[in-house]
Design a protein around this ligand. Structure first.
Ligand code: GLN
Length: 406
């Protein structure tokens, strides 16, 4: 399951195994490692998905005002009241769901914590979790840490550049069993840019009902959509409201990935369990930033339209540059990544290509293998993030041209 070779077992001088089996079963995040390499080699960082442009001024002001007003101590462990009410209001408006902010929301340190807290809250040893691959790399270690066994289902790449990644219904059905506790969904999807259609979610819904399974759904890119794609929350489908754990956060929608404010929305019994796990993991997310979150979630619709339009422009800036440099690109319908096929460059694998790119060309990307259960599945792919200023994207484009001249 680990994308890189498993590290050697660490023994004390007297032969005791000092590192847990769980910690030994996965390696460091390749995404975060590529950011460190970008710093090391002075490369443009199109690896880790964080914006290099400012967050909206009104949100920053709200955070500054919260600190000035001495909101410096712990918030309620499951989230500041103002933020939970803003989350419920936003879900009512965008998803049409009535969520009880007192009983169905847990604010966490980013959606990353919301995901691991949710999995720890619902899984037992031997439980299975269905995961589409390629997947956001955290889900692998999340499954290991929570003791669950992942069952991977392939998202097949489109044959045309602007086609959609698709799963085979028979393959998905075959991955479900009486042991299935949950399916992890991520729509809009990282790294493929796929936006799951309503019909696909209906099929997944039927399987969740038939196998008595939960849907843990990471919807952090909900507002980053292109070409008329529509985002659906599986929690809105018949029978799924109380079977879904819907995860979201401030990071991507408001360009504040370092603030670490995310949340999990689930029925009261599930939320009780998630809240307990969350409390003992981290106690709470940063209190003043949660207050700013309440301001962020109350922004007018025009903010979200502007966000999607700006990302569309960034996508359409990087896509031709990648093609000109020789990449085969998969055009995303959502989120802010472009998956590419690097077959024509003739490198041994994605890791050696990404190393060449960061060291010699000066652009950091993420090797495709880190998104797959078996490295060979991603050996011809690398991912680029385009949540960057025009200046950053243009400089990356200029550097990438050296590839086509080589
Ligand atoms: N989601 C971002 C990515 O895929 C970064 C997440 C992280 O590093 N915590 O690059």
């Amino acid at each position: 399951m680990a994308p890189k070779a498993r590290p050697a077992t660490f023994l004390s001088a007297r032969g005791k195994r000092l590192i847990s089996e769980k910690a030994e079963r996965f390696s460091e995040s390749v995404i975060r490692d590529m950011t460190r390499q970008a710093h090391l080699y002075g490369a443009i960082n199109l690896a880790q998905g964080f914006p290099d442009f400012p967050a909206p001024a009104e949100i920053k002001r709200a955070a500054q005002e919260a600190i000035a007003a001495d909101i410096n101590q712990y918030a309620i462990t499951w989230g500041a009241r103002s933020l939970r009410h803003a989350i419920a209001a936003k879900m009512k408006k965008w998803q049409g769901l009535e969520i009880d902010p007192e009983a169905e929301i847990t604010v966490c340190c980013g959606s990353t914590e919301a995901m691991i807290a949710s999995l720890l809250a619902v899984t037992n040893a031997g439980d299975e979790i269905v995961v589409f691959e390629p997947f956001y790399e955290n889900y692998g270690p999340d499954a290991i840490l929570s003791g669950a066994r992942p069952r991977f289902v392939t998202l097949h790449p489109p044959s045309q550049s602007d086609g959609e990644w698709r799963f085979d219904e028979r393959e998905l059905r075959a991955a479900f069993s009486p042991q299935t506790k949950a399916i992890i969904l991520n729509t809009p999807n990282n790294p493929t840019g796929k936006v799951f259609t309503r019909a696909e979610l209906e099929f997944i819904r039927e399987l969740c009902m038939e196998f008595d399974a939960l849907a843990v759904t990471d919807e952090i890119y909900e507002h980053i959509l292109y070409d008329g794609a529509q985002h659906f929350s599986i929690a809105t489908l018949d029978g799924m409201r109380d079977r879904s754990i819907t995860i979201n956060g401030m990071s991507k929608t408001y360009s504040v990935t370092g603030w670490r404010v995310g949340w999990a929305v689930a029925a009261p019994a599930l939320t009780n369990a998630i809240r307990k796990v969350h409390d003992f993991l981290t106690v709470g997310a940063p209190a003043p930033l949660q207050e700013a979150g309440a301001t962020a979630l109350s922004l007018p619709d025009s903010y979200y339209e502007g966000l999607a339009a700006a990302y569309r422009a960034r996508r359409d800036r990087l896509l031709p540059a990648l093609r000109q440099a020789g990449f085969k690109t998969f055009v995303p319908s959502g989120a802010y990544y472009i998956m590419t096929d690097i077959g024509q460059f003739g490198f041994a694998d994605d890791v050696s290509f990404a190393q060449h790119l960061v060291k010699e060309i000066g652009v950091a990307s993420v090797p495709g293998s880190s998104f797959y259960s078996r490295p060979e599945l991603g050996a011809h792919q690398v991912r680029f993030a385009f949540c960057k200023t025009d200046a950053t994207l243009d400089e990356a484009a200029r550097r990438l041209l050296a590839l086509s001249r080589a």
